[in-house]
Design a protein around this ligand. Structure first.
Ligand SMILES: [Zn+2]
Ligand SMILES: [Zn+2]
Length: 464
């Protein structure tokens, strides 16, 4: 969501400026036809809905919320988001900002952290995108194995009698994508780099020594056991034919080598059993800004608005956030490959993309004593952008829900601007009307009523 560079005023995103949305708008119907003709079956609803929603995310013609200044009456219009969970840069960007703020304010204590990344070779990185049970088993096994390893390391390091009183915490985030948007499931773990020792009413934090290759190989061994046991149950992934065709198509075309084979492995990197574990990045949790940046990195969307470029020859260029290890800065692909990859990025319903283990698990008895004790109060929501077909009542109710951090609060956090304050007179902005009726939309957009405040070109984008 952009903020006008000249005035600092929050303005809605213009979907027509984002090549990814334009590509989906122009090519979705033909693409769906080709996929469904080839596989004689429709794509599952969760994929079609995601693509259709993305094509109109932030589109005023689909409806919007009118807000106005209580004092001078100045009006601002905010369109509905698609609430996409797979790739929409706006909606996932919002979720990233919200999730990172939530983690830092309400979950992660000010101790040391290490980021652990588990990635998979071959078809497993695809299978885990659709096999919910296997993903849960692998994620749970890895979380527990890392915690067990850390408790033992802390016991040895500090000469403690037992590991029984030691407790670490893990936040695991499932990412589905590579830089080239290929489906590539891997797990990012933010792990306490040490453990809390429960001793006579106190919970001091004991730092762990850095992991050794032997310790990391042992962790991979535990994950391998889970995978080997699961392989007996089922070899074939049970996917809808159309989605299976899409996933197959998405795997063709350009892609990056996950691990460059001819380079020296970076420190704290171990490969075994076709699994790769990386654990070089540490964060001092007292540096709350850096910790929040790391959380945002874990929760980030697959691509930014300006990362997708429609080329003159009809192909699509995906610009990488950073050059690949082999120096590539982008990947070019056909429109069908691009759309197939978007389809494969959408997680099936009820896939949990963030999981908590150890002291961060919701039912751990020490959780309340470990998490930040004086969290920043959650601001009530001024503008709920959560409900695509919101009615005024739902919206009003949503503004009272304290569980979500308000968009206004988030924008203030990200951009240091406040959308609840009128840019003209400093008065408070309020929600006037939720416009969802097509006739009312047309009248407000094209009719005699005053046009919405528009932002001149040159908007700041969230990930620019
Ligand atoms: Zn005003
Ligand atoms: Zn969206």
């Amino acid at each position: 969501m952009p903020v006008c560079a000249s005035s600092g005023v929050y303005v809605p995103r213009d979907t027509h400026r984002c090549d990814a949305a334009v590509l989906v708008q122009h090519h979705l119907a033909g693409f769906l036809e080709r996929v469904e003709e080839g596989s004689h079956a429709p794509l599952p609803d969760f994929v079609r809905d995601e693509l259709r929603g993305f094509a109109v995310c932030g589109d005023f013609s689909q409806g919007f919320v009118r807000t106005a200044c209580r004092r001078c009456g100045d009006e601002l219009r905010v369109p509905f988001p698609c609430k996409g969970r797979g790739f929409c840069p706006s909606c996932m960007g919002r979720r990233m900002a919200e999730g990172a703020a939530l983690l830092v304010d309400h979950v992660l204590p000010a101790v040391g952290y290490r980021q652990w990344v588990l990635s998979f070779s071959g078809p497993l990185a695809v299978r885990l995108g659709y096999d919910r049970e296997l993903l849960a088993a692998v994620s749970g096994c890895l979380g527990r194995a890392v915690l067990r390893d850390i408790r033992r390391a802390v016991k040895r390091e500090h000469g403690l009698a037992s590991v029984a009183e030691l407790h670490g915490g893990v936040v695991t985030v499932v990412q589905r994508f590579r830089s080239d948007l290929g489906l590539y499931v891997h797990l990012h773990l933010l792990v306490t780099d040490g453990a809390f020792e429960e001793c006579t009413g106190e919970l001091p934090f004991r730092a762990a020594p850095p992991p050794t290759p032997e310790r990391m190989t042992a962790i991979l061994g535990r994950v391998h056991e889970v995978l080997a046991a699961a392989a007996h149950d089922a070899d074939d992934l049970d996917l809808d034919p159309a989605l299976a065709a899409c996933v197959q198509h998405s795997l063709r075309g350009p892609h990056l080598a996950a691990v460059a084979p001819d380079t020296e492995p970076p420190p704290h990197t171990v490969s075994a059993y076709g699994l790769h574990l990386h654990a070089a990045t540490t964060v001092d949790g007292r540096d709350r800004r850096r910790l929040e940046r790391v959380c945002r990195y874990l929760l980030r969307p697959p691509f930014a608005h300006d990362a997708i470029e429609a080329l003159a020859d009809g192909r699509v260029r995906v610009h990488f956030k950073a050059p690949s290890r082999r120096g590539a800065a982008f990947a070019d692909m056909s429109v069908d490959t691009f759309l197939s990859r978007l389809c494969a990025l959408v997680p099936p319903p009820r896939f949990h993309m963030t999981r908590y283990y150890g002291v961060f698990a919701s039912r751990h008895r020490l959780r309340a004593r470990v998490i930040p004790s004086s969290p920043q109060p959650l601001a009530p929501m001024q503008l709920s952008l959560l409900f695509r077909t919101a009615l005024p009542d739902e919206l009003r109710e949503a503004t009272m829900t304290p569980r979500r951090i308000g968009w206004a609060h988030l924008l203030a956090r990200v951009f240091a601007v406040d959308v609840t304050v009128c840019s003209k007179c400093g008065g408070r902005m309020k929600i006037v009307e939720v416009v969802t009726d097509p006739a009312a939309i047309a009248e407000l957009l094209h009719g005699a009523r005053a046009p919405p405040r528009a932002c001149p070109p040159g908007q700041l984008r969230m990930f620019a």
